[in-house]
Design a protein around this ligand. Structure first.
Ligand code: THG
Length: 374
């Protein structure tokens, strides 16, 4: 089936790298934070294999930076998240669920404390700017909130460190997971973090100068030729195999961190000024009404249209939030929000109950999956 193209405007924004991504042969794109994001180059399978063997450069400008600065910046950001920000090191990338007064997830950004009174929230796909401004105005807080001109590039894959070291020098090797350094490129300091939305290892460069960013992009491709550097983007197969969650699909305002396995980022026993703590504490007491689980169907080589999941009596006990066929495991992999009554079932029906899926914790337990697929 022919799919429609995408029209760019000030509503669906391009990035400094869009023409390069197009020359790189992007086949499918989506919209995220009102901005274009590639989703496929050759095919999901080939993109995934390349990502897991070599190194890719991703235009992840859609990871917009919401800057919250001013005397009340720390207070506002802490109010928005149940994770204790007091524990953030100055060079740390802090994965923080943002939750509303019911514990519902507003967004799940990476927060960086860029200077003593200033945070960058590297957001997933929802309008954090409006939420933060509303809270600040409502509470009369002394902060400035804006989306800054930053367009992150991700360099991902097993050869990412080699490539990034060629451009930024050997200091790159000393950056630990979810830490960052400011490293010079052509005389300009960029934030370079060991992070990225894959489990293949790699870095993210927070490009805050569009022209230099384009030179950096071209240099990564020039210097990476012998490493088989390629174009890429967040890959559906790889991210599901790796257990990474996607806001808007697997988590949203209707779910809390306790339901989607982000408990470790909620410091419920600490004395924090955070709006979601009472609701999250109450939910911990009562137990969650549903939770996100992994589903596996060995040998099922396609996706399914029916988003419901079923118990052995054929009753609907939840819904799929993400799914993909994994060539590596020759299995269909899904995430599902499963209702409490079905928590202990080892299998659940999918695809109008035509297939039985093995239930797994997230992230998936590969040994268990391989045993099922054997
Ligand atoms: N990088 C940056 N910004 C982002 C993303 C990113 N903004 C949008 C989106 N991705 C935010 N969501 C996530 C979700 C998961 C992770 C990062 C961002 C992630 N999680 C690791 C995990 O689940 O194992 C580690 C989390 C931790 O231990 O702190 O990487 O990718 N800049």
């Amino acid at each position: 089936m022919q799919q429609p193209g995408l029209v760019f405007s000030r509503r669906i924004r391009t990035t400094p790298f869009t023409s390069r991504v197009m020359h790189g042969g992007v086949k499918l794109a989506t919209v995220y934070n009102h901005m274009v994001l590639a989703s496929e180059f050759r095919s999901l399978k080939e993109d995934c294999e390349h990502l897991c063997s070599h190194v890719q450069v991703w235009d992840v400008s859609v990871q917009r930076q919401i800057q919250i600065s001013g005397p009340d910046a720390n207070k506002l950001v802490q109010w928005m998240t149940p994770r204790n920000l007091g524990k953030a090191q100055p060079d740390q990338c802090f994965y923080v669920p943002l939750c509303d007064e019911n514990g519902g997830i507003v967004n799940d950004p990476i927060a960086i404390n860029v200077s003593p009174q200033s945070w960058w929230l590297s957001i997933s796909d929802s309008d954090v700017l409006l939420w933060a401004k509303g809270l600040a105005v409502g509470r009369g807080m002394d902060v400035k909130i804006r989306e800054v001109d930053v367009w992150p590039i991700a360099i991902q894959g097993p050869k990412a460190e080699t490539l990034v070291e060629r451009v930024f020098g050997e200091a790159v090797r000393d950056i630990r997971f979810f830490r960052y350094k400011r490293l010079a490129y052509k005389g300009h300091d960029f934030i370079v973090a060991r992070s990225g939305w894959s489990k293949q290892g790699g870095f993210e460069v927070y490009v805050d100068d569009a022209r230099l960013g384009q030179e950096l992009w071209d240099e990564l491709f020039a210097r990476g030729e012998d490493l088989n550097v390629g174009h890429g983007c967040p890959n559906l197969i790889e991210r599901i195999e790796s257990g990474l969650l996607s806001f808007g699909s697997d988590l949203d305002l209707a779910t809390t961190p306790l339901q989607v396995g982000l408990d470790r980022f909620c410091h419920l026993d600490e004395d924090l000024d955070s709006m979601s703590l009472p609701a999250l504490r109450a939910q911990r007491e009562q137990g969650v009404p549903s939770r996100l689980m992994g589903l596996v169907v060995p040998g099922l080589e396609r996706t399914v249209e029916d988003m419901q999941i079923y118990n052995p009596s054929g009753e609907c006990v939840g819904e799929l939030t993400s799914q993909v066929y994994s060539p590596r495991f020759n299995a269909w992999l899904g995430y599902a929000l499963v209702e409490r009554a079905a928590f202990d079932l080892p299998q659940l029906g999918i695809d109008a109950n035509r297939h039985q899926a093995h239930v797994s914790e997230l992230p998936f337990n590969f040994d268990q999956i391989l045993a099922h697929c054997a």
